[in-house]
Design a protein around this ligand. Structure first.
Ligand code: PMP
Length: 283
């Protein structure tokens, strides 16, 4: 069955959905996006993702395509029309259609949303943990803006795949920034969670904010600071967070097992807490 997707005001079968070749999202990656998870047909952390979308739009002087209420209606309508019980909703706003020019045109933004059904709760990776490699962070300097320029992370995932691993952690100036599509964490031998401090160098993860809040509530010590791959290799545990991975345990970095090489207790616990608590506020 073909999906129903949303394009600029219309709900259409995916084969009929069209975007202009002059759309700046297509020509210049002049576009921002958000991905939210769906469990039991409900959207997780909707407000956080929409707040970050508004921030991304603001940083790029891009117009909002519609109100937050309209965005929620579109999400819900797509989930309903596609019978999504578990999976994700992808949302993209581009600056719109205009003659090609580096200067921003005064165009109307394009808005595209689609769904993907998949198991997010019982993802196999949550049980097995993932293996990561470290690679240089070759991305641009404004990673806090969630743009669709995703070639560097794609190259990173391919490098990981070629090395027989699941993902890559990105290293800049000798320290880890984040994963290709997630925030990166270690748990020290003393049980402190360490993750990179916020700034232009990483994306401020919506899942990161929630997980750090739940960790603090569980009396776990948190340090937001840079850490090296060497420190990570000595850690008790490692994990990543993202909207669709939730908390994803990391069991190996550059061929070195982390801790006992199995999914760590803190990662497992935080994953459970995150899913349970997020469902309470899902809409
Ligand atoms: N960093 C990067 C580079 C990402 O692509 C993502 C996923 N969008 C994240 C972090 C995690 O962000 P979130 O928890 O909001 O999905």
């Amino acid at each position: 069955m073909s999906r129903i997707v949303y394009v600029n005001g219309d709900y259409l079968p995916e084969a009929d959905a069209k975007i202009s070749v002059f759309d700046r999202g297509f020509l210049m990656a002049d576009a921002v996006y958000e991905v939210t998870s769906v469990i039991d047909g409900k959207i997780l952390a909707f407000d956080g993702h929409i707040e970050r979308l508004q921030r991304s739009l603001g940083e790029l002087d891009m117009k909002a395509p519609c109100s937050t209420e309209d965005l929620l209606d579109i999400h819900r309508e797509l989930i309903k029309r596609n019978n999504v019980v578990e999976g994700l909703v992808y949302l993209q706003v581009t600056r719109g259609v205009a003659d090609r020019d580096f200067a921003y045109p005064d165009a109307e933004p394009s808005l595209v949303l689609f769904t993907q059904s998949k198991n997010v709760v019982n993802a196999p990776m949550a049980k097995t943990g993932m293996k990561v490699i470290s690679i240089p962070d070759i991305r641009w300097g404004r990673r806090d803006i969630k743009t669709v320029q995703l070639l560097a992370p794609s190259m990173g995932k391919m490098a990981a795949k070629a090395a027989g691993c699941d993902d890559a952690w990105l290293v800049e100036d000798g320290v880890v920034t984040e994963g290709t599509s997630n925030n990166a964490y270690i748990v020290t031998q003393e049980g402190t969670i360490v993750t990179r401090d916020l700034g232009h160098h990483i994306l401020s993860g919506i899942t990161r904010a929630a997980v750090l809040r739940f960790a603090a509530e569980a009396q776990i010590k948190i340090e937001e600071r840079p850490f090296t791959i060497e420190e990570a290799k000595q850690a008790k545990e490692a994990f990543v967070t993202s909207a669709t991975t939730f908390v994803g345990p990391v069991v190996e970095i550059d061929g070195v097992p982390i801790g006992d090489g199995k999914v760590g207790d803190i990662a497992r616990r935080l994953r459970e807490i995150y899913i349970e608590e997020s469902l309470k506020t899902a809409i």
